[in-house]
Design a protein around this ligand. Structure first.
Ligand code: SF4
Length: 85
């Protein structure tokens, strides 16, 4: 299971919501004029969030980052993957 850090650049996000379409459980547009990250419980996690993601979640987060028209999302694996060879 990789540890991932997801970050949003609030100055770049235009609330296009593509990311929400890909992974609605991790992104939300609320009171702020930019998307915010959600943790596993659905609580707002701000614009930077690190957590243990499944390989499937990591792939979806990368897809969300690629879907963003302004490249406001950064996804970085910051720990080892549980995938063994
Ligand atoms: S897809 Fe990009 S611009 Fe649109 S809400 Fe998500 S982070 Fe913001």
């Amino acid at each position: 299971m990789p540890r991932v850090t997801v970050s949003i650049d609030p100055d770049v996000c235009i609330s296009a919501a593509n990311c929400i379409g890909v992974v609605p459980q991790f992104f939300q547009i609320g009171a702020e004029p930019y998307v915010q990250l959600l943790d596993r419980s659905g609580a707002v996690a701000g614009s930077v969030h690190s957590f243990e993601a499944s390989d499937e979640e990591f792939a979806l987060l990368e897809e969300a980052a690629e879907s963003c028209p302004t490249r406001a999302i950064a996804v970085a694996a910051t720990g080892p993957s549980s995938v063994t060879e």
